[in-house]
Design a protein around this ligand. Structure first.
Ligand code: SF4
Length: 121
């Protein structure tokens, strides 16, 4: 039976988990190494639908700094992170910008926006 090793990132303890599918119960997982229920929920999420909050920067004109820090408005499916970075890297905007402004709306039809994490200009 294939077993995945993961680290729970929900608290500073960082439990090292061993996660595998239960052969006799489709969709159910065997999770070892956790110290609380939150870790089990995290293991299910990370095993079936891993996501990441993506942080990056975009090029900006007419401001004291050449790059504006941005992030996804919600966690993005992990398999889309590389493609999302390509899309973010194509963008160049005009300053000034307020913190929270939407820089890319509905990134790649995910219903997730790229938003400014600071004001600039
Ligand atoms: S399993 Fe619980 S105790 Fe362990 S890192 Fe995750 S949240 Fe913290």
């Amino acid at each position: 039976m294939e077993e995945k090793e993961m680290i729970c990132i929900l608290c500073p303890l960082g439990c090292k988990m061993q996660v595998s599918k239960k052969e006799d119960q489709p969709g159910e997982l065997k999770v070892r190494g956790i110290q609380c229920k939150k870790g089990k929920d995290y293991a299910y999420e990370e095993f079936h639908n891993p996501t990441r909050t993506l942080t990056s920067t975009v090029a900006i004109r007419n401001t004291p700094l050449p790059r504006l820090p941005v992030k996804t408005s919600k966690p993005l499916p992990k398999e889309l992170v590389y493609k999302a970075m390509e899309e973010i890297n194509k963008v160049e905007i005009e300053g000034p910008v307020k913190m929270g402004a939407v820089i890319i709306k509905n990134l790649m039809d995910t219903d997730i926006d790229i938003v400014a994490t600071r004001s600039l200009g």
